[in-house]
Design a protein around this ligand. Structure first.
Ligand code: PMP
Length: 326
């Protein structure tokens, strides 16, 4: 791919610039034109590795590229390349370091292999779009995303990560500038995560810096904010919604205001490939704090965590066919 693209770029540069020797500009680093994915391969008891729902990452990657007006990377190529890179790195290994039985049961420190496909494009010095993107995939072993010994408190931010007609629904590089700042600000105040509210009214929950939010309410229903073309359509979000429905829980995708969270929520957690299912002990908004389940992981959240991780590590039956052989 890269060799083909390099030739195409040369052609493009030659036709656009009177000085073809001028260096090409990496649009991705200059203008934020790029997108990425994050997915994981999980070690199984028999020593093999299995990918969690890579078909959905392949689809979202294509849609992100198309959303950025680049040619979409074909899904079958994505899957083949991901499999290949995992195979070549399968010795990255499984090194569980459990502190106690609960962590062991919940695979809390179990390693997995994180896979990060991303695109970048190059072209002339001006603002433009290249029709010849490169796709690169890197991989690394990872443990838990949130420090299990640190606070799991969240705080709302008044920064805005997505607006209507923007790129919030795309896994686009530029989207991560504001969340990175908001997360840093939250952490500087002793919180684990920043929660974004809608940009119009600063009233309704949107998502975390790189995770989706869930609230179990007093009436037993599970609520997650509706996508509304601004929130990333998380693969773990969809998976947890399915697992909750399997348990007979009423699941609602709708607007949920911060006031409703402060008065009605009994459990809160965030989901994501990196975050898995991570419980949130409290949410603070403009000086008001709601503490959930006395700051401990709630029964429902623990059940979702256990079930999802169980499927991923092969301890539970893969009842929905989510795990793909490498
Ligand atoms: N929202 C944002 C902004 C994210 O970056 C992520 C991580 N990809 C998520 C939600 C969770 O998505 P997923 O479950 O597909 O990892």
């Amino acid at each position: 791919e890269a060799a083909m693209n390099a030739a195409a770029h040369k052609e493009l540069m030659g036709s656009r610039n009177s000085f073809p020797e001028l260096p090409m500009v990496n649009y991705t680093s200059q203008y934020g034109i790029g997108c990425f994915e994050g997915l994981k391969a999980f070690p199984q008891k028999d020593g093999s590795l299995k990918l969690f729902r890579p078909d959905l990452n392949a689809l979202r990657f294509r849609e992100s590229m198309e959303g950025l007006k680049m040619p979409g990377f074909p899904e079958e190529k994505f899957l083949a390349a991901v499999r290949e890179i995992v195979k070549r790195n399968e010795n990255l290994g499984f090194r569980p370091e459990y502190q106690n039985e609960w962590e062991k049961d919940n695979f809390l420190h179990a390693n997995s292999i994180y896979i990060r496909p991303f695109s970048w494009t190059e072209g002339g010095i001006g603002l433009n779009l290249s029709s010849h993107p490169y796709v690169v995939i890197i991989t690394t072993p990872v443990g838990s995303y949130f420090d299990p010994d640190a606070s799991s408190k969240a705080i709302t931010t008044d920064r805005v990560r997505a607006t209507d007609h923007g790129t919030g629904w795309i896994k686009c590089n530029a989207n991560y500038v504001i969340p990175t700042l908001a997360k840093k600000e939250a952490m500087a105040q002793g919180y684990m995560e920043a929660i974004f509210l809608d940009y119009k009214e600063q009233k309704y929950i949107e998502e975390g810096s790189s995770c989706n939010a869930f609230f179990l309410l007093k009436d037993g229903s599970l609520v997650t904010p509706a996508l509304e073309n601004r929130i990333l359509n998380g693969i773990n979000r969809r998976s947890v919604m399915q697992l909750a429905k399997d348990e007979g829980v009423k699941v609602e995708e709708r607007r949920i205001s911060i006031d409703e969270v402060l008065s009605e929520a009994v459990e809160c957690f965030v989901t994501g490939t990196a975050a898995g299912v991570s419980y949130i002990e409290s949410v603070t908004h403009q000086g008001k704090t709601a503490v959930f389940n006395n700051g401990k992981i709630g029964e429902f959240t623990a059940n979702m965590l256990h079930t999802l991780k169980g499927i991923q590590y092969g301890a539970e039956k893969d009842r929905h066919g989510w795990m793909f052989e490498v």
